[in-house]
Ligand binder design. Structure first.
Ligand SMILES: Cc1ncc(COP(=O)(O)O)c(C=O)c1O
Length: 379
């Protein structure tokens, strides 16, 4: 009979596009005793998790909780609760994850009115306005931190124009929540979702979401049932937010413990300090990268504090360099996605990984790996 060995995953420094490394306090929280999903103790954990999520999103929205599932489950929830057959949605596409939003709108029977931006750039407000003027859009969907290009998309103006046309603003904050400035209420975001495994520094598996009352009114007055039973927000809210909690699905208890601990760390540090830490370490990384002769892929006016996209120099093997980093330094960085495969590297400094030390280490390791590959500055 085959004997299966113990799990012995390597302890890598995860400086890619996510997941990021997990604080020992979060790991420990996951090992605590499981209680039932309707236990009064767990109910208290849920309430505190919701409170701290509101803090992280900078919102007063009552409807705020984690969806069970990864970031894509947050995306799917946001879109399938709003979109009914024939609805138009302006989808802003500046990279891989904007494309995914557009696909989801279409799968819900909606019509995606696509507004595209060059990879590495942002979606311009005027283009969104043009699309709104030429459609009957129910919502505008946009990615805040486009992880595939390293862009941090400004949202304030787009939000204003979206509301002038009476549409809802749906924002993907998978990579930005807890690492980059994000003001859900002040910026007028109607639905914002994220993921546990990036700047919140938790394991993958939960997708925090927050929904404005305006959006909830539209969702509650749909003509048709939400296509997805599992992601129907009006049903999930009865479990997460009502005092006599109604069973919807068995919550992934250890993941909720982990998220609560991750949020507690965020709360202890302070949101604004956390944003500043991510920004400063990203800037240090960018300086180091340029110092060794590499160039940044992203338009430098819109650099995302959580992820940095770097052009791969000509004749340098993308995968070979990443293998050297993995095998000799135990560091994981990411390659490009979709059209950017083989063209860029992406270094993430997220959650506990956003430190001066890691910014300097990533630069040094990349410099040495490139040297091995025969790269020399100013060639
Ligand atoms: C901006 C963005 N949106 C959505 C997702 C999808 O999240 P997940 O892979 O957790 O499903 C990701 C994942 O990296 C992302 O970066």
């Amino acid at each position: 009979m085959k004997v299966y060995g113990d799990l012995r995953p390597p302890e890598r420094l995860l400086l890619g596009a996510g997941p990021s490394n997990i604080d020992p306090r979060v790991l420990k929280a996951m090992t605590l005793p499981i209680v039932e999903h309707l236990d009064p103790y767990f109910s208290e954990v849920m309430n505190e998790t919701v409170e701290m999520l509101r803090y992280a999103f900078k919102t007063e929205n009552r409807v705020t909780f984690p969806i069970s599932g990864t970031g894509s489950a947050g995306m799917e929830s946001a879109i399938c609760n709003v979109v009914e057959g024939g609805d138009e949605v302006v989808v802003c596409i500046s990279g891989f994850f904007g494309e995914r939003m557009s696909d989801m709108v279409q799968r819900c029977g909606g019509k995606s009115v696509e507004v595209r931006a060059p990879l590495g750039g942002v979606v311009e407000k005027d283009r969104v306005e043009e699309a709104l003027a030429n459609s009957n859009a129910k919502a505008v969907a946009i990615v805040h931190a486009e992880t595939s290009t390293g862009v941090l998309q400004p949202l304030k103006e787009i939000s204003k124009i979206t509301h002038e046309y009476g549409a809802l603003l749906i924002v993907d904050a998978v990579t930005s929540l807890g690492g980059c400035e994000l003001l859900v209420d002040e910026w007028g975001i109607d639905i914002c979702y994220s993921a546990s495994q990036k700047c919140l520094g938790c394991p993958p598996g939960l997708a925090p979401i927050t929904v404005s009352e305006r959006a909830m009114n539209i969702i509650r007055n749909r003509r048709t049932k939400v296509q997805s039973w599992y992601f129907d927000i009006s049903m999930i809210e009865k479990y997460w937010l009502e005092s006599n909690r109604i069973y919807h699905h068995t919550a992934p208890i250890p993941l909720v413990y982990a998220l609560r601990e991750g949020l507690r760390l965020l709360h202890e540090e302070g949101l604004e300090d956390r944003w500043m830490r991510h920004k400063e370490n990203m800037q240090l990384l960018v300086e180091g990268i340029e110092e060794i002769g590499l160039t940044i892929f992203t338009d430098k006016r819109y650099l995302c504090p959580a992820i940095t996209a770097i052009n791969i120099p000509e004749n340098i093997g993308d995968e070979r360099v990443r293998r050297i980093l993995r095998e000799e330094y135990n560091i994981t960085i990411s390659g490009g996605l979709g059209a950017l495969k083989g063209k860029i590297w992406r270094i993430g400094l997220m959650g506990i990984n956003s430190t001066r030390k890691n910014a300097l280490l990533a630069t040094e390791a990349l410099k040495n790996a490139l040297k091995k590959e025969g790269y020399c500055k100013n060639r």
